[in-house]
Design a protein around this ligand. Structure first.
Ligand SMILES: Cc1ncc(COP(=O)(O)O)c(C=O)c1O
Ligand SMILES: N[C@@H](CCOP(=O)(O)O)C(=O)O
Length: 405
């Protein structure tokens, strides 16, 4: 196991605490895939309970006794026939990451990242966050007796997420700036050695998130979908999941790769713009804006990995408006009983837009990833709903109302 720069290839020991290479490139964790291949089979994987730690052989853990877990992963992969029919699709699934312990996919990253912090003997961890990262890190810090510092963009964090970070006991600092500003500040604290950084620039955290790719194949009985669609913010998740699919193929568990399709909000879409111009670098959006606060990010740190995932898989990147996000959020709830936060609904909104554009084939086996639970952002859900009917305690009035169409 080593950390390797994706730009210049320089290698670092896994105990070397650093987040980027000397050249500035992002790091990723590399394994001896031949030895994993010898150790692992479909049958041996199934002997462990489903979830992140089923895939221990693919994770950078030296001492399994140091694992910090709340039983993350093992989230449902729903076959969505109602929605598929509505959209004229052959086979559609939703991988609902809102079913994780703190309600988002971040728990997969944090179980791994905080385990790494444990192995390193680190006692103070921190992050910048649009909400979910902080909620998750706060929970795993509490579970492992660590001090947790989170920087949030003031006024732009959904209520449920803010409540979680505060309640799990993190030191919550709101800054008068956006997520990108907060990330710059917390990265400086990490450089000064004040805390161990657990945003997605940390390659160990992303190793936990790659298990979404493993689990999708596992739940499809080792089949690989034709396409995976997911929302993109800081762009760690799409990069991690792509790495997971590649590693399963490399070690002989699967035999193909899906097309990775990233969806951003119209007001925060630097990766979509780069993709549409065929470029490998982005122009950061200085003033990102969207109702989907989780992906209100203008300068995604993982963009090189994300663009590589999209280009090398033959995937796509598309943007959706806030109206399209809210409509998709309602549609998913009403057709399938799955309540997700606005950012998560971007994957469904993106799917709808790509179908309308004839950019994807209706016969494809498609998995949309919904990344966070709907209760994270109750304000957004209430704003998008009709007001409840209010009446006096009068049976006649009640009868007249329930008889209305
Ligand atoms: C609910 C939700 N969906 C999507 C994203 C975007 O994920 P990523 O930053 O890994 O692209 C985030 C946070 O970043 C999130 O909290
Ligand atoms: N949506 C994220 C933004 C931070 O992304 P990260 O993956 O780098 O931690 C959040 O929930 O804070």
């Amino acid at each position: 196991m080593i950390q390797k720069c994706i730009v210049c290839g320089k290698e670092y020991d896994i105990d070397d605490i650093r987040y980027t290479c000397e050249c500035g490139g992002l790091l990723e964790i590399k394994y001896d895939y031949e030895s994993i291949k010898e150790k692992v089979s479909k049958e041996s994987l199934r002997k462990r309970e489903i979830g992140v730690w089923r895939y221990l052989d693919y994770l950078p853990v030296k001492d399994p006794k140091k694992i910090v877990t709340l039983h993350e992963g093992g989230t449902p992969l729903y076959k969505c026939d109602n929605l598929a029919k509505e959209l004229g699709l052959k086979e559609l699934y939703v991988k609902n990451e809102g079913a994780n312990p703190t309600g988002s996919f971040k728990d997969r990253g944090m179980t791994m990242g905080v385990t790494r912090a444990n192995e390193l003997g680190v006692n103070i961890v921190g992050c910048a966050s649009t909400g979910n990262t902080s909620a998750s890190l706060a929970a795993y810090s509490a579970r492992s007796n660590k001090k947790c510092i989170v920087l949030l963009p003031s006024g732009n964090v959904a209520l449920g997420k803010l409540a979680q970070a505060m309640f799990y006991g993190a030191k919550v600092i709101q800054i008068n700036g956006n997520f990108d500003d907060a990330l710059l500040m917390v990265r400086k604290l990490a450089e000064e050695g004040k805390l161990y950084l657990l945003n997605s620039v940390n390659p160990f955290r992303l190793e936990g998130q790659k298990t979404i790719g493993f689990e999708i194949c596992d739940q499809l009985n080792w089949e690989v979908p034709d396409r995976v669609i997911l929302p993109v913010g800081n762009a760690g998740n799409i990069s991690a999941i792509w790495k997971g699919f590649k590693e399963f193929k490399e070690t002989g568990i699967t035999d193909k790769l899906p097309k990775m399709t990233g969806i951003q909000a119209e007001g925060a879409k630097p990766i979509v713009e780069a993709f549409k111009k065929g470029q490998k670098t982005i122009v950061p959006e200085k003033h990102p804006e969207t109702i989907a606060t989780a992906i209100r990010i203008g300068n995604p740190v993982n963009y090189p990995k994300a663009l590589d995932a999209i280009y090398s898989s033959g995937g796509l990147a598309e943007s959706v408006t806030d109206e399209e996000i809210v409509e998709a959020q309602k549609l998913l709830a009403r057709k399938e009983g799955i309540f997700v936060e606005p950012a998560s609904a971007a994957s469904i909104a993106g799917l709808i837009k790509l179908i309308e554009m004839d950019a994807i084939d209706r016969d494809e086996k498609i998995v949309c990833i919904t990344t966070g639970h709907g209760l994270k952002d109750p304000d957004a859900a209430i704003r998008a709903s009709e007001r409840p009917i209010e009446i006096e305690c009068d049976m006649d009035v009640l009868h007249s109302i329930i008889n209305e169409e």
